[in-house]
Design a protein around this ligand. Structure first.
Ligand code: LLP
Length: 410
């Protein structure tokens, strides 16, 4: 077994000891991996004035946000709550981009009051923003570039029929609205989707913005969004970040030179920064043979990791407790009263009751999409940093589950 592929320790701390100390199920994050992913983007784009705005929604624990701030990135937030988490984590509001989709105007006002840049996602919002603030508050415009890209339909958001952004075909109306309301447009933004492998897609998105940018003389930045694909198993291809860096940086430099602009280039990676840094540790409660399938039932399910159910996402699984056992094929399933298959047809070293299984690529959209379905409690989170495991979120308790319920007496 390749221990690099299936680590038994993180930064020298054994996953078994972390499981013993903090209990299961448990999300464990490798802080060094997050920082090294940030560094690889910075290196790939070292020829341009780059700003990374981490997509908070991927993993929004405040300690993770602090770590990311410390590494020199800002954040992209999609709710006023994420904005507030960012401020709580110490981000200067000017380092926060607020990219909402169809929220109430009171949320927009709250963000402006907090000093955060708003990414305008519709023409009605541009008008309302213009009426309220005129040119007093700089804003960004989210363009829908009509590019179909992304790992699956649910995470493809830059195509013609997507709810996100303002269609590039409506550019004349965007320009007219900016003029009519004297809007102060500091940035243009695209985000075409998630799990995008092909560097050309990022270039196409950027080119749409460069073309549109000719109409906005006061622009300060171009935001090319996120969506870089990571590998979900051995041999799975990942976005070549250096290729994206080379292609987009060159086009960016050419644009700036040709039009005499001095702009910043912003990116909003989520998965790329945190997916591979996360390990979800669960315990095998039962190994159940049926006439057709051997199931491993674990002490978790779609309530803690919904990606396999929602997107048919593949997450690699390994047996931490019995790495040298004889191989068998299993369906790893959750305890939720739904068919919550976490991993189907996986060949694993023999799984015994009580074994710890590790689900990989659990850093992005794992805990942040967890719920209390079946009235289950959400797990704890641990960050390994400087060779030490730190609890960064306590396990939920039954009291947490009921604390907001108002009980009527009958
Ligand atoms: N910027 C914007 C405006 C976004 O909407 C997103 C993700 C990102 C950046 C970051 O994309 P990333 O680099 O993480 O691919 N829950 C799904 C992914 C949904 C992504 C939504 N928007 C999943 O687990 O695959």
């Amino acid at each position: 077994m390749n221990l690099n592929q299936h680590p038994s320790e993180i930064q020298g701390v054994s996953l078994e000891s972390i499981a013993r100390e903090f209990g299961l199920p448990l999300y464990v994050y490798d802080g060094e991996k997050i920082v090294s992913q940030i560094r690889s983007i910075q290196e790939a784009f070292s020829d341009v004035p780059l700003k990374i705005k981490y997509a908070t929604k991927a993993l929004s624990n405040i300690s993770i946000l602090k770590l990311i701030r410390n590494a020199g990135a800002g954040i992209d937030a999609v709710s006023i709550e994420e904005v507030k988490l960012g401020i709580m984590a110490g981000f200067d509001p000017v380092e926060i981009m607020y990219t909402p989709s169809g929220v109430s105007f009171s949320e927009i006002e709250e963000a402006v009051k907090l000093g955060v840049m708003v990414n305008l996602d519709s023409i009605p919002l541009m008008k309302q923003f213009g009426k309220q603030y005129g040119n007093q508050v700089p804003a960004c415009i989210r363009i829908n570039p009509h590019i179909l890209a992304g790992g699956n339909a649910k995470i493809s958001v830059g195509h013609k029929h997507s709810k996100f952004g303002i269609s590039i075909e409506q550019l004349p109306e965007i320009i007219a609205t900016v003029a009519a309301y004297d809007l102060n447009i500091a940035g243009l933004h695209v985000h075409t989707g998630s799990d995008i492998l092909d560097a050309e897609i990022f270039l196409r998105g950027a080119n749409v913005l460069f073309e549109a940018a000719k109409n906005f003389p006061d622009l300060r930045f171009i935001d090319c969004g996120g969506g870089f694909k990571v590998a979900y198993k051995a041999g799975d291809p990942a976005t070549d970040i250096r290729e994206v860096g080379d292609k987009v940086s060159k086009a960016f430099q050419d644009f700036c030179k040709e039009y005499g602009r001095s702009l910043e280039l912003w990116l909003e990676p989520g998965k790329f920064l945190v997916s591979e840094a996360g390990y979800f540790l669960v315990e095998a409660n039962v190994v159940k043979e049926t006439p057709t399938i051997t199931f491993v039932g674990v002490d978790s399910g779609l309530n803690h990791l919904i990606r396999p159910m929602l997107y048919d996402a593949y997450h690699d699984v390994y047996n931490l407790s019995n790495p040298k056992g004889g191989n068998q094929s299993y369906h790893v399933v959750g305890y939720i009263c739904e068919t919550d298959t976490l991993a189907a047809d996986r060949v694993l070293p023999e799984v015994r009751q009580g074994d710890i299984l590790v689900i990989k690529n659990a850093g992005a959209y794992g805990f942040s999409m967890a719920s209390n379905y079946n009235s289950r409690l959400r797990p704890a989170e641990v960050l390994v940093w400087n060779g030490k495991a730190h609890l960064i979120r306590k396990r939920e308790s039954f009291e947490d589950l009921v604390k907001n319920q108002v009980q009527l007496e009958f």
